[in-house]
Design a protein around this ligand. Structure first.
Ligand code: PHE
Length: 355
């Protein structure tokens, strides 16, 4: 008698039927197969349903025990079905996870993080220090004309700074600025314009107190000179500004820049056409590898009366000082770099050390 074809009398061995159902469910490998198998047992004309229908013919006294037996069978088949449904769903999920697997153990591709160039860092440091002393920060053109680069700075036509040997001339007599000093004139003229009302009324204008860092150019190239280099100009002009102010500002700056007071600083007489008197500022560390060597760090001086005039001011009323320092030199000393050209070679092995 075939249990499953529904032709013969229904087998009433419940254990056997449960085993068969479990085997059929186990054989179903897709949800559709499983639902078909379920229909054969629990469907409208499924085997369990047929058993229940068959009860109608039983005498009353047998109905109770028979009903209980069939319910146990039905519960067993339903439990097997649920378990198989869950197993198929689990298998499907496992397959999907495997197909969409992401290998998190593979090292990621790093995005290189850039950093600031040591000269940029030195400039930021200089700006912060002078900023804390009340200095404005100004920026100006690298291609200058004769007036701002030379003439307004009292530099005569026969001055060696104008020589073809150390200056990059471009068209129409323009030059790549040989120093940041043209910014003295550019900034002062703007300042005077801004306060023209006060000046016309015979009142004192607010003091000029500014630094102007930036690129400068000269035909020069060795371990301590690069054709492109950086300077920072400083200018403080008022009615009562003296060399004593220059000294206190500059000493304060050097001490903060190098984070030490263990140094000597001297002002050595010198000459610049746009300052009178003029000085070179030298420093000597009292400790460290550079101990005991005088190092030249800046040109400086009291702004020449003719330059004050070229700013649009009366040298009988206004007086002040200016300085121009090599930023690359200061950065070399601060970071212990022996060849200036390394700053501009673009070698990442060198530059990465400053990050
Ligand atoms: N401009 C001068 C130089 O480049 C430096 C300097 C600036 C000197 C301001 C005096 C005052 O050498």
């Amino acid at each position: 008698m075939n249990l499953l074809d529904g032709t013969g009398p229904v087998m009433n061995d419940q254990d056997q039927m449960l085993k068969t159902a479990q085997a059929e469910f186990a054989a179903a490998t897709t949800p559709a197969d499983l639902e078909n198998a379920k229909a054969r047992f629990l469907g409208k004309s499924g085997l369990v349903t047929e058993l229940l229908k068959g009860m109608a013919a039983l005498p009353v006294e047998q109905k109770k025990t028979r009903g209980a037996e069939i319910n146990v069978l039905k519960a067993g088949i339903e439990a097997a079905l649920t378990a198989r449904r869950q197993a198929l769903a689990d298998a499907e999920l496992a397959l999907q996870l495997k197909a969409e697997a992401l290998d998190v153990s593979l090292p990621g591709r790093q995005r290189g993080s850039g950093g600031l160039h040591p000269i940029t860092r030195a400039m930021a440091r200089i700006e912060a220090i002078f900023g804390s002393m009340g200095f404005d920060v100004a920026d100006g053109p690298e291609i200058e004309n004769d007036w701002f680069n030379f003439t307004a700075l009292n530099t005569p036509a026969d001055h060696p700074a104008r020589s073809m040997h150390d200056t990059f001339y471009v068209e129409n007599g323009h030059v790549l600025r040989t120093h940041t000093s043209p910014m003295q004139i550019r900034y002062a003229v703007q300042h005077v314009k801004r306060h023209a009302g006060l000046i016309a009324a015979g009142q004192a204008m607010p003091e000029i107190r500014v630094i102007a860092p930036g690129r400068t150019y000269r035909v020069d190239s060795d371990a301590t000179h690069s054709p492109m280099f950086h300077q920072v100009e400083g200018l403080w002009v008022g009615t009562n500004i003296s060399f004593k102010d220059l000294k206190s500002v500059y000493v304060n700056f050097l001490q903060q820049f190098f984070e030490t007071t263990e140094m000597e600083i001297r002002f050595r007489p010198s000459y610049f056409p746009f300052t009178e008197p003029s000085a070179e500022i030298d420093m000597m560390f009292a400790t460290g590898p550079l101990k005991g060597r005088w190092l030249e760090v800046s040109g400086a001086g009291q702004v020449h009366p003719q330059v004050i005039r070229n700013m649009g001011l009366d040298p009988e009323t206004y007086i002040g000082f200016a300085f121009g320092s090599g930023i690359d030199r200061l950065a070399m000393l601060r970071y212990g770099v022996s060849d200036l050209r390394q700053f501009f070679d673009g070698d990442l092995r060198f530059l990465a050390q400053f990050q």
